[in-house]
Write a protein of this length. Structure first.
Length: 141
């Protein structure tokens, strides 16, 4: 079974006082490179988020790079080709996707490319608009 991790699950895995930390971390630890994957773009999202968090949860770029190495060691990274990227954006535009939700559309497309059986996300509202092929794979932790 192939398990795909959205950024919304990866980030809480590394923040101990996050409400979804325990469940996110457990799923992340149980994943392996043969069965677990995430979008390559999620590395940038994790970096962006973790370096701008408020207070004691904010990490330096060097600290986040250690987390990204952990992700790369545990999960297979899935990237879209230029043509796949364009097609995903075009389909999202036709479906009425606007603003930052386009990044979730690209991540969902990576999950489909990986032939993921399960997509772990805490962001159901966005992912539910990407069609039945995505919706049937969504799973709560």
């Amino acid at each position: 079974m192939t398990t795909f991790f959205d950024t919304s699950v990866l980030i809480p895995a590394f923040i101990e006082d996050h409400e979804h930390h325990e469940r996110s971390l457990r799923a992340f630890v149980e994943a392996g490179k043969k069965s677990g994957c995430c979008a390559a773009h999620s590395l940038a999202e994790v970096y962006s988020t973790m370096t701008r968090l408020p207070g004691r949860n904010r990490l330096s770029g060097e600290q986040v790079m250690l987390l990204l190495e952990n992700i790369r060691e545990r999960l297979t990274l899935v990237a879209l080709s230029g043509d796949e990227y364009h097609k995903a954006i075009n389909e999202a535009a036709q479906a009425g996707v606007v603003g930052g939700t386009i990044y979730d559309a690209l991540i969902a497309r990576c999950a489909l490319k990986a032939k993921a059986d399960v997509i772990y996300t805490w962001n159901f509202r966005h992912f539910e608009q990407f069609g039945p092929e995505v919706v049937k794979r969504l799973k709560r932790l």
